[in-house]
Ligand binder design. Structure first.
Ligand SMILES: [Mg+2]
Length: 324
């Protein structure tokens, strides 16, 4: 039997020009802003899973590449040693228990590396292993957050101008991430300015990324999105994208579809969130939701309900998943 004989977890650093954390300072998921001349130091992580035949499955984390996720991978990795790397479902199942006190973000990268291992072992792509068939996929432009310093997305008009630039490049959809201070009046102004400038033929999405402080502000922005014909409204307020009752009541009052579950982890919690009526569109992410293995479970659950999923973020694991 093939066995996992070694797991390497590697941290590496680099810096990105013209990016910074602004006043926010904490390097959480997607707190970046544009800053001309800025230089943002970034730490990212890689996992390598080596088996007894010499095959190595690898994955370089992208969106979920945080010290917290890395710590969970350090906790979970020893549990994989000596096991058959083909047994992804059993490993997924065991990690649900091992990481049950946490958000289980450490499972995803390990599972994705096991899919990469299988592709290399059997001489095919992960997409082919998944029955993938799509060769082209639709994409939209998703902005960094609005910024207080000048020069980038520093006012509603700048968002509108950038949306036009994106459309001129042939991009059919545009998603705004607003400012960190959650000023709902400015968020409404940006949402309306973008629609007024691009006209009616571009899909527009709005994702405050949980920066609005209250449900009331979420309702106010939502009403503006209704007026401007937005395609979806994502993670509006400070509940962190987890409040079933709050989102259910937003859905009752708004016509713009809600896109939630980016921050609801795993198939069980996501299924309950959907069945409770708290979202229209469903977010999946192989890094966040227990790997390709876990994200597929949510996708199949949504298929059974006749709901659409959107794959959050970008990268090879997302593309393999979307291809199927
Ligand atoms: Mg989002």
């Amino acid at each position: 039997m093939e066995k996992i004989v070694r797991i390497e977890l590697v941290a590496y650093g680099f810096s990105v020009e013209n990016l910074s954390l602004g006043n926010h300072a904490a390097i959480g998921v997607s707190n970046y802003i544009y800053e001309k001349g800025g230089r943002l130091p970034v730490t990212r992580y890689v996992v390598k899973i080596l088996s007894s035949s010499g095959t190595c499955g690898e994955y370089a984390l992208n969106w979920g590449s945080t010290p917290a996720t890395f710590a969970q991978m350090i906790m979970a990795a020893p549990h994989l040693l000596g096991r058959d790397p083909n047994t992804r479902e059993e490993i997924y199942d065991d990690l649900k228990r091992d990481l049950r006190a946490y958000d289980r973000m450490g499972t995803g990268p390990l599972d994705i590396a096991l899919w990469d291992w299988a592709g290399k072992k059997y001489g095919t792509s992960v997409s082919a292993l998944l029955g993938g068939y799509r060769r082209r996929i639709p994409a939209y432009a998703s902005t960094h957050h609005g910024q207080e310093n000048g020069g980038g997305l520093d006012d509603p008009g700048a968002f509108a101008e950038f949306a036009v630039q994106c459309r001129e490049q042939g991009i059919g959809g545009f998603k705004l991430h607003g400012w960190h201070n959650g000023d709902v009046k400015r968020e409404i102004a940006a949402a309306l300015a973008v629609r007024a400038t691009v006209g009616s033929d571009m899909d527009l999405m709005n994702d405050p990324a949980c920066q609005l402080r209250t449900w009331g502000d979420a309702l106010k922005l939502g009403r503006a999105l209704d007026e401007a014909g937005y395609f979806w409204y994502e993670d509006p307020y400070r509940d962190g994208g987890a409040a079933v009752t709050g989102h259910k009541r937003l859905r009752e009052k708004l016509s713009t579809p809600l896109m939630l579950t980016e921050h609801v982890r795993g198939v069980e919690a996501t299924a309950n969130f959907i069945l409770a009526g708290a979202t229209d569109l469903v977010h999946i992410d192989p890094e966040y939701d227990g790997g390709i293995t876990g994200a597929r479970k949510i996708a199949h659950f949504c298929e059974a309900l006749g709901l659409d999923v959107q794959c959050h973020a970008c990268g090879p694991a997302q593309r393999a998943l979307i291809s199927s």
